[in-house]
Design a protein around this ligand. Sequence first.
Ligand code: PEP
Ligand code: MG
Length: 572
Amino acid sequence: MILRGIAASDGIGLGRAVCVREENLDYSDVAYSGKESEKARLQAAIEEFEQRTSAMAEHIRQQVGDKESEILTGQIAMLADPFMRSQMQDAIDGGACAEAAVDNVCTMYADMFAAVEDEMMRQRATDVKDIRSRLLGILLGAASVDLSNLPTGTVLVTRELTPSMTVGLQKKNVAAIITATGGKTSHSAILARALQVPAVLSVTKVLEVVQDGDGLIVDGGEGIAILNPDERTRSEYLTRQKDYQARIASLKVYQNRPTVDADGKRYQLFANIGSAAEAEVAAQSGAEGIGLFRTEFLFMDRTSLPDEMVQYEAYRAVSQTMAGKEVIIRTLDVGGDKAIEYLGMEKEENPFLGHRAIRYCLDRPDLYKVQLRALLRAGAEEHNIKIMLPLVTSVDEVRAARELLEQCKQELSEAGLPYDKDIALGVMIETPAAALTADLLARESDFFSIGTNDLTQYTMAVDRGNAQVASLYTPFQPAVLRSIRGVITAAKEAGIPVGMCGEAAADPGLIPLLMAWGLDEFSVSTSSVLATRASIHRWREDEVKLIAQEALGLSTASGVEGYLKKVSAPEK
Ligand code: PEP
Ligand code: MG
């Protein structure tokens, strides 16, 4: 059986399915078994919770750090509160089963904490909710998969790949990933590419058709998975896997070369990262800088805000790893498909058009200034950090951010703390409003970076994660291409550098167009660095000019894509 989805991370993986199903925490069928027995069940569940949580805390302490692990040890301390425990026991005395006792008492505490106008207290509400669901999971025997301990050759089948799932995921054991949701530029896809694991996303009903232990072949380049393949298919794909690996190995010759076209004209080739640790991978991948550090991941794998010190250390680590090279760090891009539960953001009808990214941050100067201060301080030694604003739609937003940045500089000067006084402030061009006012924004910005993932979504009015409208979601659309060309032209006229950090920057078909229009910097996932360098290497200036002219004369996305695929097909 062939399962089709979105080709999200290149490569071929063969293995056996491990399915991560959502926990069902419904306890309506659980019968009350008497006071003593329910209390004993509760006690056993609490002990199990403590044991599992301290093991997780130790793992996180080793992998991430002390501060992060304290979140988990704090949960153990919360549950040890004698008052909370006696309330659960009273509930059992009153006829509630252990599950109902946990549910009622934790929900009461969570509601109480959530009602307080204090950030710390609200974070405790998130902790109690977490305790509730994990205790219920233990009581109900809901199986939880230990992702740090998967057997080798696992094909991970899950609804969504979240950043917290990737903590502890052992790449060497995961042959491939299939998810039921997410598009090519969803965060599931970006994480899979960062891990360099083949992935196919948006395979509807995959968790219904695939069972644990089923044999699977995943072709992440074609966007297909083959369920329980026969021997002939398996050996055919083993050969294809070898060919793919040989192709990747052949790119190694580009590892230490400069990024130049066939005429010797130089381009900058940067990498996109989602964590400080990934900067090491980027440096080894041959990237000449970081074109996008998505800082929201730093805010996501936890239950409370990272303070100035935690952020400073992360940004400084990247700055040091990339010493002598540029590091563009994007400020918190929360909302859309990136929820951060503890921020308590309101549910919105249209989250992609809502109170997100720069809009949210400007309304939360308390939180935003912590990040800006951490960035200013982190750039003090290497002077290689540049700050980038996400989802800008107006000049006002850039001015407001600059104003906050100036306030932060003032505060740091007063505190006598070192910081980068000349830090650059740039804008991500990822909305039609920004693209159409690129000339105005260029006057207020030190640089641009084009975010084609969102620019395509908003220009085409098409949800980037919705499989049903995926055929419209392509940067080959004439509307998107014209928008990109206009932004590059505006940046050139204003004399500021312009890069691209959306996934389109690594598309071999688009690369000649971007070169022809004068893009200065390409920022791609670490796994695409060498292939992008090879693509750039191949073209002469006169060739790309002709290709761009021809492509812009075509009126459909399929026409443009067909043409560009043909001209950029690998040379035989
Ligand atoms: C983009 O929108 O192109 C981008 C790079 O940002 P993200 O994918 O994180 O939205
Ligand atoms: Mg974006």
